[in-house]
Ligand binder design. Structure first.
Ligand code: KIV
Ligand code: ZN
Length: 515
């Protein structure tokens, strides 16, 4: 790797998935990994193999399928966890084991209940074990920014001696301030004698809203790997938002004097996919990928942009993959028009998939006068979800009104192709639908959040429902869209239940539900 290139390390599938409600199925993780490979991220942290059977399978599957990016598995600093990571990575073309262990006194005393000497020993032994499997080993002293610098330097020196090829400096609790963080990184370069043998990396959390600023300050003083998540998702306030880090480095190459190996035109598509799968919508004013990021509302700005784009735009939206025109399709549009619009949006479909998408499109165009880019994205998301779902929604019908008892009939198709039908009453039409679904699936859960919004303006707009349900302390998110908001709500609930069953196993998920 040339010295002036920053390695982009994506941890959306590991740290990102730690965000409450971001649980993903194996198929969803694989789909994101494939998109990250298209984005050309250098390293994909696919999971934490020793933490659960689900994570092990995710690392194993992604390691098997992804051929260009390095695939990393996180591992505690203990030999069994390292062995498990190595096992999961067996089929990777470019495997990396990422060992971590807390290094701050706060963590050592209160969480680990050990002393510094023991921590040093555990870290060195785990890194050496990882090295016995693979050449590429990363070590992270957790809570590095609150670690006593002399101990941090010693820990880095010894783990590099044991074989670490990357040493990552996590700002685990998002405590650092850019100037101070840069000083710590300069200190590491000055006081760790063998630091030249390893790449220095940073991993910043966003508790003070400084994750991206800290990451960029680190690059400025010589750090050559940055870790983060798409859309900035992650534990608590999230991780450094990778699209912001990437575009900061790419746009201000003049300042940083480095390059990144990323295909930035895949950023928008990656952001949409992650938002769609996790159910975390991207705020409209979010830098780079927010809906308003390139919208000029004020007259003065519009005037400037019309005369000369660079007056108010520092990036060309096309470099992020944001579709240039907002051509609207309708009832009379053909297959070729649909294909070209979808390609502009980043969907490259096989003929068979295009035919399916065209059927959905025609159905939508019959119900809706104009089909916009946002409608097409909703349609593609709905198709993606229904393809991976085990239980499929076949039919939903409700009767309701101010003098009616809301009643719903729901028909589902199970994995064996059998039709399952039930009916129920509820306090409203959505409640009736949910009770009917519960009667069929018998998966107990608590509804935590339900929201519905319109994707575009107008009374014929597609409704987009998001739902979060909880079971056993874990939150599962579901989404569904349709011009009929009751159908959208039914799809969202079924999507969340399918996710729960895919992650926990159908029999574990099933329990008596009081209806
Ligand atoms: O935030 C953190 O410290 C981490 C480590 C495991 C790298 O996620
Ligand atoms: Zn983290």
């Amino acid at each position: 790797m040339p010295e002036d290139r920053v390695i982009i390390f994506d941890t959306t599938l590991r740290d990102g998935e730690q965000a409450a409600g971001a649980a993903m199925t194996l198929e969803e993780k694989l789909e994101i990994a494939k998109q990250l490979e298209r984005l050309r991220v250098d390293v994909i942290e696919a999971g934490f193999a020793a933490s659960s059977q689900g994570d092990f399978l995710a690392v194993q599957t992604i390691a098997r399928e992804i051929r260009t990016s390095i695939i990393a598995s996180l591992a505690h600093a203990n030999l069994a966890a390292v062995d498990r990571a190595a096992e999961a990575l067996k089929e990777a073309r470019h495997p990396r084991i990422h060992v971590f262990l807390s290094s701050s006194d706060i963590h050592i005393m209160h969480q680990l209940r050990k002393n510094r000497e023991e921590v040093m020993e555990m870290a060195v032994a785990a890194v050496a074990r990882a090295k016995s499997y693979y050449e590429d080993v990363e070590f992270s002293p957790m809570d590095a920014t609150r670690t006593e610098p002399e101990f941090l330097y010693a820990l880095l020196e010894e783990t590099i001696n044991a074989g670490a090829t990357t040493v990552n400096i996590p700002d685990t609790v998002g405590y650092a301030i850019p100037e101070e963080f840069a000083k710590l990184l300069v200190g590491i370069q000055q006081h760790v004698p063998n630091i030249g043998k390893a790449v220095i990396s940073v991993h910043c959390h966003n508790d003070l809203g400084l994750a991206v600023a800290n990451s960029l300050a680190a690059v400025k003083v010589g750090v050559r790997q940055v870790e983060g998540c798409i859309n900035g998702i992650g534990e608590r306030a999230g991780n450094a938002s990778l699209e912001e880090v990437i575009m900061g480095l790419a746009t201000r190459g003049d300042f940083f004097g480095i390059t990144v190996g990323i295909d930035t035109t895949q950023l928008y598509r990656t952001s949409r996919l992650v938002s769609d799968i996790t159910g975390f919508s991207v705020q409209p004013n979010k830098a780079i990928v927010g809906q308003n990021a390139f919208r000029h509302a004020s007259g003065i700005h519009q005037d400037g942009v019309i005369k000369e784009r660079s007056t108010y735009e520092i990036m060309d939206p096309k470099t992020i993959g944001i579709p240039g025109s907002s051509l609207v399709l309708g009832k009379l549009s053909g297959r070729a028009g649909l294909r070209s619009r979808l390609e502009e949006l980043g969907y490259h479909l096989t003929q068979e998939d295009l035919n399916k998408a065209f059927e959905d499109f025609k159905e939508l165009a019959d119900r809706k006068r104009e089909v916009t880019d946002r409608d097409l994205e909703a349609l593609m998301s709905d198709r993606r979800r229904s393809e991976v779902e085990v239980y499929k929604l076949d039919h939903v019908q409700v009767s309701c009104g101010d003098h009616e008892i809301p009643t719903a009939t729901v028909r589902l198709i199970n994995p064996e192709g059998q039709v399952l039908t039930d009916a129920a009453t509820g306090t409203g039409p959505v409640d009736a639908v949910y009770v009917a679904i519960n009667r069929i699936l018998q998966v107990s859960n608590t509804l935590k959040e339900f929201s519905i919004g319109a994707i575009t303006e107008g009374t014929d707009a597609i409704g987009d429902a998001t739902i979060r349900i909880e079971k056993g302390g874990k939150v599962y998110t579901g989404r569904g869209s349709d011009t009929d908001i009751i159908v959208a709500s039914a799809k969202a609930y079924l999507n969340a239940l399918n996710k729960l069953m895919a992650i926990e196993g159908v029999s574990e998920a099933r329990a008596e539900v009081s209806t």
